[in-house]
Design a protein around this ligand. Structure first.
Ligand code: UD1
Ligand code: UDP
Length: 383
């Protein structure tokens, strides 16, 4: 049988992690039907934002790395578009696989669709209904250029139906008659799979002396929180107050964007205040196995990350979402998470409320842990 060549484009941290699920399914179950060419745009490039995940999650080394690095949206996206088009012309894949909603996603979808290569969008259909968010523009555009749309949640299916997507399935999909599938979340596959490896390998809980110390896990990287001095200051004011009121440590693996903005936007006096509160521990970005260990052991998670708010739900942890809206509406509707934006009083109130509750979660709303297998089957049959 001739193998179908798929070209997967990744670039930002969460996409590298997501790609592990499909690469694993291809090598273990679809090796005779699918061949994967991996392209890294280089959007994320620090060792702890990129290389660490390839090593620990067993993702094949990328065949290409465009090394676009950081920059303004247009600059970064244009460099990716140009580099990707050249690779696509050379590789002539059956389809291009893209994940989520980053600049790497939109660049790859646009490059492929314009030269008539079908786009497979994994994590399709999600909406925040807030177009000031760069990710909202990226995900809407990517969906409307795709031939196969793999949607993790029922809310995503409803969103696509409202935008006019036909939900019945055709034997062969095209860009004008795409197939939309509700298939569960590849990150649920990964969280189940890597939780075992994390339990065997991660030492971060003892390394940070957290065995006997209850702690709050926090991540911050969304531009609306990092690039606005008032928002960033309000979040840190809440964290300072939280350690006092709960007597818990706050473990904060710091995204490089946030590290930079703390230095450039917060006053030296306030930076000193954060530094002198030793219970707030700013650490380097964590590997995924360490991150799972932190999530599973945290008492509360405070985050603006899409991935981390879902993982909180997978591991039945209460979550304060430092945003005004979320694409993962199910976690809020289930009562396991509260949206607070970057408002100190709301963050404190939500934390207090969640810490007093016993959280019940139903991860089955994110699938059965085999989303990647389903996606590979449909790539084989529908293109
Ligand atoms: C990007 C995605 C966002 C995703 C996030 C995951 C877009 C528009 N945003 O946001 O959707 O949630 O990745 O983490 O695509 N930097 C480094 N080293 C790195 C990477 C970044 O120092 O390896 C710093 C640079 O100063 C850079 C800044 O972080 O300018 C922002 O990086 P960028 O990729 O533009 O956006 P993220 O905030 O990471
Ligand atoms: N993550 C990680 N180390 C960290 C922070 C996050 O491995 O220090 C993982 C996290 O567990 C999740 C993914 O990265 O799987 C989420 O990525 P991020 O928060 O950067 O982006 P988002 O999901 O908001 O797009």
């Amino acid at each position: 049988m001739t193998k179908k060549k798929i070209l997967t484009v990744i670039g930002a941290r969460p996409q590298i992690i997501k790609a592990a699920a499909l690469s694993r399914a291809i090598s273990s179950q679809f090796n005779d039907q699918l061949e994967e060419v991996l392209v890294h745009t280089g959007q994320h490039y620090d060792e702890n934002m990129s290389a660490v995940f390839f090593e620990e999650l067993g993702i094949p080394k990328p065949h290409y790395n465009l090394a676009v690095g950081s920059g303004a949206h247009g600059h970064m996206t244009a460099a990716m578009l140009s580099g990707l088009e050249t690779i696509l012309e050379k590789e002539k894949p059956t389809a291009v696989v893209v994940y989520g909603d980053t600049n790497s996603t939109i660049a790859a979808a646009l490059a492929a669709a314009k030269i008539h290569i079908p786009v497979v969008h994994i994590e399709a259909g999600l909406r925040s209904f807030h177009k000031a968010m760069p990710e909202e523009l990226n995900r809407i555009a990517a969906d409307h250029m795709s031939t196969l749309l793999f949607v993790p949640t029922q809310a995503g299916i409803t969103n696509l139906a409202k935008e006019g997507f036909e939900l019945s399935h055709k034997a062969k999909a095209t860009i004008d008659a795409p197939n939309v599938y509700h298939c569960g979340d590849v990150m649920y596959d990964n969280s189940l799979y890597f939780a075992e490896l994390s339990a065997q390998k991660s030492t971060i809980i003892s390394d940070l002396s957290l065995n006997e110390r209850p702690f709050i896990l926090c991540t911050i990287h969304r531009d609306s929180n990092t690039d606005d001095a008032t928002a960033l200051q309000s979040i840190f004011e809440a964290l300072l107050e939280l350690v006092k009121s709960t007597q818990m440590a706050v473990i904060l693996p710091l995204h490089p964007r946030t590290r930079g903005k703390i230095k450039s936007l917060l006053s030296p006096a306030f930076q000193e205040q954060i530094k002198s509160e030793t219970r707030i521990q700013l650490i380097d970005p964590a590997g995924f196995l360490d991150m799972i260990a932190l999530e599973k052991n945290a008492r509360l998670i405070v985050t603006d990350s899409g991935g981390v708010q879902k993982e909180a739900y997978f591991f039945a942890k209460p979550c304060v979402i430092l945003r005004e809206q979320t694409e993962w509406v199910e976690v809020v509707e289930a009562g396991a998470a509260i949206l607070t934006g970057a408002h100190t009083a709301q963050i404190l109130h939500a934390a207090q409320q969640l810490l007093a509750m016993d959280i019940q979660t139903d991860p089955a709303i994110f699938g059965d842990g085999h989303a990647a297998t389903f996606i590979c089957e449909k790539i084989c049959s529908d293109l």
